[in-house]
Every structure is written in C-alpha cells, then in structure tokens.
Design a protein around this ligand. Sequence first.
Ligand code: ATP
Ligand code: MG
Length: 423
Amino acid sequence: MCVSITNDKYLRTNQNNNMSEEKLTQCSFCGKSKEVVKKLVVSDNVAICDECIDLCQDLVNDELEEVKPEKEPSYDPESIKEYLDQYVIGQDSAKVVLSVAIANHYKRINFPPKDIEIQKGNVLIIGPTGSGKTLLAKTVAKYLKVPFVVADATSLTEAGYVGDDVESMISMLLNAAGGDKSLAERGIVFVDEIDKIARKGESTSITRDVSGEGVQQALLKLVEGTVCRIPGQGGRKHPGGDMIEINTKNILFIAGGAFVGLKDIISNRLSGTSIGFNASIKDKKIEGDMSKVIPDDLTKFGMIPEFIGRFTTTVSIEDLSKEQLIHVLTDVKNNYLSQYKYILSLDDIELTFTDDAIEQIAENTLKLKTGARGLHTEVERVLMPHMYHVRKYRENEIKLLNIDKEKVINPQSLYDGPQSSST
Ligand SMILES: Nc1ncnc2c1ncn2[C@@H]1O[C@H](COP(=O)(O)OP(=O)(O)OP(=O)(O)O)[C@@H](O)[C@H]1O
Ligand SMILES: [Mg+2]
C-alpha cells in the first residue's frame, strides 16, 4: 500500500485528534490502536502509527542505499586506474588496459546504443604467480560494486562429467549477488588458472580431453552470452526447485593464468623459429616478453582459437621487483605489516620494522619465486616465534617489538630457548 501524506491540514496526532473521524483510531498498517502507540498520523481515509513510519523510513533508506552504488562509480578509465593504484602496486600498463576495458564494458551495458550492437570483450590476464592477477580483478569488482566470484578452471568439467560444470560459476555469481538476478547479470566472473585447461599435446589426446579442450568448448557460449538456467534458492540439492534464467551477455569474464612456458613460445616466434615451448632458448638473443603475446602464441600453448577470440583484451603483468615488493609490504591498503601490527596490538605490543629488515624480507621473498604471495610466508616466518610468546611479552611488560635485519635473518623471540627451537 502506498500512502502519501501531503497536506498538513489533514494530519492529526493522537494527542490532538478530537476532530478526526471515529473509525480512524487505529493504524491502517499494523492495526494498533492510538492508545498503545506514541503517535497516530491520520488523513481522510488512512492512518499510520509512529512505529510503521519508522519501519517505512528504514525500508526507503535501505532501498536508497541499494540503488546508490550503481550510480556512484565513475566509468572514467583514469579514475578506475587511480583506484587500482591504491591496492595494486606496479603493473601500470595492465592497469591502463584493464581500466579502459572495464569502462567500455560498463558504458556498453549502461548506455546501450540504439542502432548498433557493441561486441562484448572479455579480458585475459596473463602473468606470473602472485603478481596481482586475482587482486586486479577483485579490486575492479570492489570499485564497480558489482558481485564478483573467482572460479577455478581446474575444477570445471564439461556437463555430464564428474566435477563442476561451467554453469556452476553463474550459480556462484547469483549467490554473491544475494539472489538478485539483475545484479548477477552485471557481475564479474574471474576464471582463475585458465592456462590449466589448455589442450594437451597430440600424444595425450587418445582419450577425450574432458578437463582441457572440453571445458574450453563448454565455456564458449557462456562467455559470449547465453541464457543459462540454474537452480534457484533451493540449489542443486532440490532438483525440483525453481530454475532461474540468467543471461550472461552483460557478465564480464576475466580469465587469469600464469601460462608457464608462454614466454618461450613468444621468444621462439620473435626469433623466427617454430619450435614448441619446451625447446631450449639458450642460444636465442630475444627473451620472451609476455606483453608481446599474440593470439597465435596462446593457440600454440593449447588454448583453442574460438576461446581466445572471445577474450578481446589481453593484459600481461610482470614479476614484481624488490622495490615493488617493499611497496606491497608497506604502502597498499590492508598491507601485511598493518595486518600483523593489528594482531600484536591485541596483546598490547607495538610492532615496528627497521628499513633494512623490510628490505631483507623483500629480498628473501624474491628467492621464493611466488611473487607477493611469498611476502605473507616471509612475514609469518619472521614473526612466528614472537607471536607464539606473546604471553611472556605481556607478563614481562614488553610493549615494543622492533624487527631489525638480524631478526629477519634469524627469527627468534626473546624467549626462544633450546626447548622451543622447533619453531
Ligand atoms: N601488484 C600487487 N600489488 C599489491 N599486492 C599484490 C600484488 N601482487 C600480489 N599481491 C599480493 O599477493 C597476493 C596474491 O596475489 P594474487 O592472488 O593477485 O596473485 P595471482 O597473480 O592471481 O597469482 P596466481 O597465478 O598464483 O593465482 C594478493 O592477495 C596480494 O596481497
Ligand atoms: Mg590468482
């Protein structure tokens, strides 16, 4: 029911309602009588109590909040890049390409042209492990305030085979959208480890390639835009339950993968040889550069041309340098150091790091070859004995823990005796 209270002369309160008609002595919404509520606002043929007004106000506020985010983000590529800069260190050219791709995608779906059809362009991010592929996609989704899911390509199989079929990604997106179909239809699906569904070499194709080429085939329609029917609230456990139709034509697919070996393929092409990626490149002068990738390289790697064709934007990201790792540690929002500072502050310990300690952590991390992900491992390794002994720190009223280079090289807490050297 919709009530509009527009004219003050019709409003009466229960303290001052001797003029109102007898019949309107109770709230038309909840039925409570004017005696039990604080205020009853009465118009010609409807009355509402203060409790229902509060409830309506909350409903309106909630709705306004839900609507606001869609209007908020700017689809200006430079603004998207500036936002990404706060969370992702380096990868500048990737950020530029991604920002333009994202801006165009959302311009296309928010302001569809009348007489032409703009083709959807999904995004493929290639680059080494732990250098920010998933982080880039996640941060974009956060900026756009759209639902976002990460699906692992290695767990996908063709429909009919054991494993998750590709449409399960859309179910995940609908869940992430809290069941809101129209929100899900503008979301982002990040398909991680896409390189792991590369077609296997000729020699292994005696049996059907269920987890490789088959999955690429199954993804084609979904990625391009199709209507898929997925189980509604009841989920797969209730096959008889409602099915929901989700159109994937405005869902942005971002695929990411490390594509180990692709550099060799690029290098071989640039050096004019057609040897596969396992060939030695010892004698070659040109080093493979991921940013020089062309679709044919990806086909040689094992991606089928139809699949590559649906990812019109290819973004390559680089290994992070030592300086960039230091920035990841100290500068980005939610950086690892702040996270551990917070954890130790819960035990009243202030955690500080000297500059050379941070540099040493970055140096050690480079050796792990797991990108920025290794920073987490390193910081954890360094702080482990201290975090284990927090109780002793507290009992002895030690309120400052300063990690210097020596403590990074040889992580030991003040209380590490021979008995705890197993840490
Ligand atoms: N460029 C970066 N800037 C800031 N943090 C980064 C960056 N790259 C990686 N990280 C940190 O490392 C973690 C792992 O990064 P991410 O998940 O993006 O790696 P990835 O490239 O997707 O690797 P993989 O190929 O193994 O999936 C992130 O959670 C983030 O904390
Ligand atoms: Mg990843």
